[in-house]
Design a protein around this ligand. Structure first.
Ligand SMILES: C[S@@+](CC[C@H](N)C(=O)[O-])C[C@H]1O[C@@H](n2cnc3c(N)ncnc32)[C@H](O)[C@@H]1O
Length: 243
C-alpha cells in the first residue's frame, strides 16, 4: 500500500522531510481523504484515516511502568533470567514498541527490530518524544531501534543475546470501540505474517537462553514448535522455549 505523508503548517518541516526520506513516503500538500496516510502534527506522527488516528503513546504506559507494577507483568515474568540482572534481549517484532518498553523499564537492554516502514516511522517518533519525558527516559535509554528485517539481522549477528522475544501478529479480532478501531488502522498495513518459521529458526539458531513467544490464549504454537512451558493469562499466552 502506498502511504503518503502530510505535515501540518505548524509542524517541523525538517522532521517531515526526514520521515519522508527514511520511509520513502511522498509528501503531499493537501490532506488525503478516504485513504490511510501519515500525518505529522506538532504533537507527533499519526497514522490516520478520516480523522481516526493512531500514534505511539508511551505516556499512556507510565502507570504500568511503575516499579511495583512491573514485577506483576506476565511478559517480564516470562522473559526474566534469575542469574542475569540486566539481560540483553532482541525484540524481533517490535511493532509499536510497547512490550519492549515494559522490558526496558524492568531493566532489560532491548534491541528492537521492525521492518514495516510506516510502523517504524511511528515507533521512531514515539521513542524520540519519550526521551524527553522524565518518567520514560531511563527506560528508553536501554532501547535501541533498528528499521530492519530481524530474520536477516539475527542471521548476521556475531553475538547471541540472552533472550529473544517474538510477537509476530497484531490481534485479529478486537471488540468495537476506539481501541479496536485504532488497531484496525494498523491491520490495514500489516501483511499476514508469512515468516513464522524463519523467525523462530533464526531466533533458535542464535542459541539464546530463552525464546519467548506471545500468542493469543488459544492460538497454535508458533511454527508448530512445542514450548518448554507456557505462562497463561486471560487473553494472552507466553510460550517459553529454552533451547
Ligand atoms: C504484533 S506486532 C508487535 C507488537 C509489539 N509487541 C508491541 O508491543 O507493540 C508485530 C510486528 O512485527 C513486525 N514484523 C514481523 N516480522 C518481522 C521481521 N522479520 N522483522 C522485523 N519486523 C517484523 C510486523 O511488521 C509488526 O509490526
Amino acid at each position: 500500500m502506498k502511504i503518503s505523508l502530510y505535515a501540518d503548517a505548524d509542524a517541523d518541516s525538517a522532521k517531515a522531510k526526514e520521515i519522508a526520506g527514511t520511509g520513502g513516503f511522498s509528501q503531499v500538500l493537501t490532506m488525503p481523504v478516504d485513504t490511510l496516510f501519515l500525518h505529522l502534527t506538532n504533537e507527533g506522527l499519526r497514522l490516520e484515516r478520516d480523522s481516526l488516528f493512531v500514534m505511539g503513546d508511551f505516556d499512556a504506559m507510565k502507570r504500568r511502568l511503575k516499579h511495583g507494577n512491573l514485577s506483576g507483568e506476565m511478559l517480564v515474568k516470562a522473559m526474566r533470567l534469575k542469574d542475569v540482572p540486566e539481560p540483553s534481549v532482541i525484540d524481533a517484532t517490535a511493532g509499536m514498541g510497547e512490550d519492549s518498553l515494559l522490558l526496558a523499564a524492568a531493566g532489560f537492554h532491548v534491541d528492537l527490530y521492525e521492518y514495516d516502514p510506516v510502523i517504524a516511522a511511528l515507533l521512531s517518533d514515539a521513542l524520540l518524544r519519550a526521551r524527553t519525558v522524565p518518567e520514560l527516559s531511563e527506560a528508553v535509554d536501554r532501547m535501541k531501534f533498528f528499521q530492519k528485517d530481524s530474520v536477516r539481522a539475527m542471521h548476521d549477528m556475531a553475538e547471541a543475546p540472552d533472550a529473544v522475544f517474538l510477537d509476530p501478529m497484531f490481534p485479529k479480532r478486537q471488540k468495537s470501540g476506539l481501541v479496536g478501531k485504532k488497531f484496525q488502522l494498523l491491520q490495514q498495513l500489516e501483511k499476514p505474517c508469512d515468516n513464522e518459521e524463519e523467525l523462530l529458526a533464526a531466533a533458535l539458531m542464535l542459541r539464546p537462553r530463552k525464546v519467548v513467544i506471545k500468542r493469543p490464549l488459544k492460538g497454535p504454537f508458533l511454527a508448530g514448535h512445542k514450548p518448554s512451558y507456557s505462562l497463561t493469562g486471560k487473553a494472552i499466552r507466553y510460550d517459553v522455549i529454552m533451547p
